[in-house]
Design a protein around this ligand. Structure first.
Ligand SMILES: [Fe+2]
Length: 168
């Protein structure tokens, strides 16, 4: 009886939405990379928020707060999309370090260098998102492609805002 109940539960958990199991797995892996990149960028952005100093302090302190709040919300949405596709979401610093292309390094000294470091990291995320979006579209996963396209637009805007904050 208990066995039958478990089988019914397992059948309910199987996803039949028109994307094959292998494709869902591959899409979830790519989402895991975006999640890892976003978490790494969240940490680095918050580091700049805390440690920036100098004449640009207020503008960069406020802009990075806006950015890390966005990233914090985004990682939750990305992780929940991975779950909806039937995979487990990576959830440790070790895994994020392995998956992400964003490198950990000591914060640069000047505000301008900190901002440029973040802008370059956003560019890294943009490049990996662009490849992942194309992959998702090829597998008819328009929901993940839309989610990633929204993220891409946000990262591109973030790059502009970061670099504009340094403009003379
Ligand atoms: Fe703060």
């Amino acid at each position: 009886m208990a066995n039958a109940a478990l089988k019914t539960q397992a059948a309910q958990l199987t996803v039949h939405t028109g994307i094959s199991g292998d494709d869902r797995l591959e899409i979830a892996k790519r989402l895991g990379v975006v999640l890892a990149d976003s978490y790494q960028l969240f940490i680095k952005t918050q580091g700049v928020h805390w440690n920036v100093a100098g004449p640009l302090f207020y503008s960069i302190h406020n802009l990075t707060e806006e950015h890390y709040n966005n990233l914090f919300k985004a990682v939750d949405e990305l992780a929940e999309r991975i779950r909806a596709l039937g995979s487990k979401a990576p959830a440790s610093y070790t895994k994020y370090g392995e998956l992400s292309a964003i490198e950990d390094h000591d914060e640069p000294a000047s505000a301008a260098e900190m901002v440029e470091m973040l802008a370059k990291d956003h560019e890294t995320v943009c490049r990996s998102l662009r490849v992942a979006i194309e992959f998702c579209e090829g597998k008819d996963d328009f929901v993940t492609a839309d989610m990633m396209t929204e993220r891409l637009a946000w990262h591109e805007e973030a790059i502009w805002m970061l670099r504009a904050s340094l403009a003379e």
